[in-house]
Design a protein around this ligand. Structure first.
Ligand code: 5GP
Ligand code: MN
Length: 318
């Protein structure tokens, strides 16, 4: 089985790197740091990387401040690429792929284009953290509290607190085993789901006031501009989960959140409830994701971006 093969790569080598996708979310960070702590604990040399700055919200995770943003001059035996459907999502760190004897790609996105030497894509996994858990266990290793904190964070964030349809009995069994290590999971949940900064609350009131509804209130669009962020003293990451306010409206099937990155360039987050496969919509703009949560980058001014995305949603309407 491929997880044994990857286990053997771990056992037989010493120098590892781990990287995940840009604009990292809880799964990217949690799975990276879970594998990072584990490899450290079994005595391996390991560097963790991410092409972007990690949101400070995750600073409670062991190893958070070790994550590097720029390549160091080193050749690795093996590099792990986690939660990353294609090479482009590595941004400037794509160069890492040329700095290792073996590249191992571990992911749960159906759209993964199998870019590595060893590819393991499990689309039934709610989060990459589940796969890292299985990798560690199947190869006969223990999971420390440090590793468990990271893997729990990966799983609980990508499943929206075990609420989304990607949650399986396997997800809950794994989470149960992680909790059995003695981690303070209520505190982790509080940090991840029930904590906002003053800046975020101020921003939330501005963002929700941009609400526009279409198709009998079944499509909701909200946005944030750089000016709005500045007025609230907020940073880019402070808006990261606000798409949920669009999705959560009772009549809404598709929630859209548009975030200005720079003039003429916007990040679009898409969420759906029951019918619409938002990954298909994101892929029209060279993005991707999952059936109920996807994202892409769209170019143009705000109204153009809004119209392009709306038209594409209407094209997929069932
Ligand atoms: P978010 O809206 O939170 O940025 O992203 C939702 C999901 O869509 C993420 O889990 C991620 O897998 C995926 N995603 C977001 N943006 C992109 C993108 O530009 N390309 C690809 N391939 N996937 C994306
Ligand atoms: Mn993920």
């Amino acid at each position: 089985m491929i997880l044994n093969k990857i286990g053997n790569i771990i056992k037989q080598n010493n120098d590892f790197a781990i990287v995940s996708h840009l604009l990292p979310d809880g799964d990217a960070i949690g799975s990276t740091l879970g594998l990072y702590n584990f490899l450290n604990e079994i005595g391996k040399e390991v560097d963790a990387y991410n092409p972007d700055k990690l949101p400070l919200k995750f600073d409670f995770l062991p190893g958070f401040s070790d994550v590097k943003n720029t390549l160091i001059d080193k050749h690795y035996d093996c590099i792990f690429v986690l939660d990353c459907s294609d090479k482009e999502r590595l941004g400037h760190l794509v160069e890492l792929l040329n700095k290792a004897d073996v590249v191992v790609n571990i992911d749960h996105h159906i759209s993964n284009d199998l870019f590595a030497d060893v590819n393991y894509v499990d689309t039934n996994a709610g989060a990459v953290g589940e796969i890292i858990y299985n990798l560690i266990r199947i190869n006969g290793f223990e999971i420390s509290q440090k590793t468990a904190m990271c893997l729990y964070t990966s799983i609980v964030t990508d499943t929206g607190g075990f609420k989304y349809s990607n949650t399986t009995s396997m997800t809950l069994n794994i989470a149960g085993d992680l909790i059995n290590t003695g981690i303070d999971f209520p505190e982790i949940n509080r940090i991840l789901f029930d904590t906002l900064t003053v800046q975020q609350v101020k921003l939330l009131s501005k963002v929700t006031s941009t609400l526009e509804l279409y198709k009998d209130n079944s499509i909701a669009v909200i946005y944030v501009t750089k000016d709005m962020l500045e007025e609230c003293g907020a940073n880019e990451n402070d808006a990261s989960e606000m798409v949920n306010y669009a999705r959560d409206i009772d009549t809404v099937e598709v929630g859209v959140f548009i975030k200005e990155v720079e003039k003429g360039k916007y990040r679009v987050s898409l969420r759906s409830k029951n019918k619409i496969d938002v990954r298909m919509i994101a892929e029209k703009f060279n993005g991707g994701g999952h059936i109920r949560a996807a994202g892409c980058t769209v170019f143009g001014d705000l109204d153009e971006v809004k119209n392009k995305v709306l038209n594409e949603i209407l094209n997929h309407w069932k």
